[in-house]
Design a protein around this ligand. Structure first.
Ligand SMILES: Nc1ncnc2c1ncn2[C@@H]1O[C@H](COP(=O)(O)OP(=O)(O)OP(=O)(O)O)[C@@H](O)[C@H]1O
Length: 371
């Protein structure tokens, strides 16, 4: 069901510091969204306010048209899989998962428990009690219990954090498919962008309690709203090169040695400090008018990761073919203007994505310093 967070804030105790600041988000009926951010960004606080474990300091929470922020957790019609959200010790895993599910015409709770056990690969432990199970088994049982319920909203807080990477990768796809098949509205909390990418229709990136951007994985990758999202989202991170707007284009670091001239592009006013953003995949090696020294060059089986030093700036490039360049060698590099992102250096806000130039040839020049 549709969930609406409206100007939600959280301050703990008497603190004036907000762990969550003025957060507004709309999650559509049947949508799977992820709250993504590093430790302390406020994503768990947000989830706990939705669940009812923490009171909101300001703002409102509306689920399926009902204000729920004043209700106790049990009345919110929300199912949860929380880190450390304990299973009932006296019950078997099977009874834990099926707890509270009532048989109805056309619905057999035992059938649902079996399906979820197969999906999460915990069939063999259904008759066991939680004590003595591994952390990963308990976590999957807890996830199965949350997914078994026909709630209006499913909240999943790092639900697979204790599983091995291979199993996690398989289960992500299965859990996503299940939520889509049943039309479940879901909010996932994770610090793992691979997980958010694989599972979520839309991702809300948070930092310092503040929502940075809310969009599809493609929107976050191609149109990051600010420098934080640009360098946080994407692996390896986007290269960020400080520059200023000069007469002849963008001058890196303002030293006029290396610049990118972008004919026909309306740039910010002369002297504006900016940051050029280039994804590692967007830089080509072996051609272009910039030059850099190879620091390392590793072939990872399907991609080459090359680190370079360009006048003291670290540049990371990813290519889908092997790069024949030794450590210490100087090689040319370049990029297509359509792959350039430009940010305001002071505010971090995005100024443009994918620059269209008048001429198809853009020149990138490294001038020799001195007379
Ligand atoms: N019960 C609490 N009392 C006081 N401060 C808290 C409490 N819970 C969280 N905080 C603070 O609120 C801020 C946000 O924490 P929160 O747990 O929401 O972030 P998070 O992104 O989920 O981090 P993590 O992934 O580490 O759980 C942090 O600065 C944290 O120290």
């Amino acid at each position: 069901m549709m969930l609406l967070l409206d100007h939600l804030s959280k301050a703990y105790g008497r603190s004036t510091v907000r762990a969550v600041k003025d957060l507004s988000l709309q999650i559509e009926d049947g949508e799977f969204i992820a709250l993504l951010g590093s430790s302390g960004c406020g994503k768990t606080s947000t989830l706990r306010m939705i669940a009812g474990f923490e009171a909101a300091t300001e703002g409102s929470i509306t689920l399926a048209g009902r204000r729920i922020d004043g209700l106790p957790p049990a009345q919110r019609r929300v199912a949860m899989a929380f880190e450390g959200y304990a299973l009932y010790p006296p019950l078997t895993v099977e009874d834990n998962i099926g707890f509270g599910l009532a048989a109805k015409p056309g619905f057999d709770p035992r059938q649902r428990v079996r399906e979820l056990a197969d999906l999460l690969e915990i069939g063999p432990i259904l008759k066991r009690k939680p004590a003595g199970l591994s952390g990963g088994q308990q976590q999957r049982a807890s996830l199965a219990r949350a997914l078994a319920r026909d709630a209006e909203l499913h909240l999943l807080d790092e639900p697979m954090g204790q599983l091995e990477p291979q199993l996690r990768a398989i289960l992500r796809g299965r859990v996503k498919a299940l939520t889509k098949a049943r039309g479940l509205t879901s909010v996932l909390v994770t610090h793992d962008q691979t997980e958010a990418n694989a599972m979520a229709d839309r991702i809300a990136v948070m930092e310092g309690g503040v929502l940075q951007q809310y969009g599809t994985p493609t929107e976050l990758r191609e149109q990051p709203a600010n420098l934080f999202v640009a360098t946080f989202f994407g692996e390896p991170p986007m290269n960020a090169l400080p520059a200023v707007v000069g007469n002849s284009g963008l001058i890196l670091d303002g030293d006029d040695n290396t610049h990118a001239s972008l004919p026909g592009v309306t740039l910010p006013p002369l002297g504006t400090p900016v940051v050029l953003g280039l994804r590692p995949h967007a830089i080509t090696l072996g051609q272009g008018d910039w030059a850099a020294t190879v620091i390392s060059n590793r072939w990872l089986g399907d991609e080459a990761h090359v680190a370079l030093d360009m006048g003291g700036r670290l540049i990371v490039v990813v290519a889908h073919h092997r790069i024949a360049a030794r450590t210490g060698s100087v090689i040319p590099l370049g990029f297509a203007p359509r792959d350039l992102h430009l940010f305001d250096a002071k505010t971090g806000q995005a100024l443009m994505h994918g620059v269209q130039t008048l001429s198809s040839q853009t020149s990138f020049t490294e001038r020799k310093s001195g007379p």
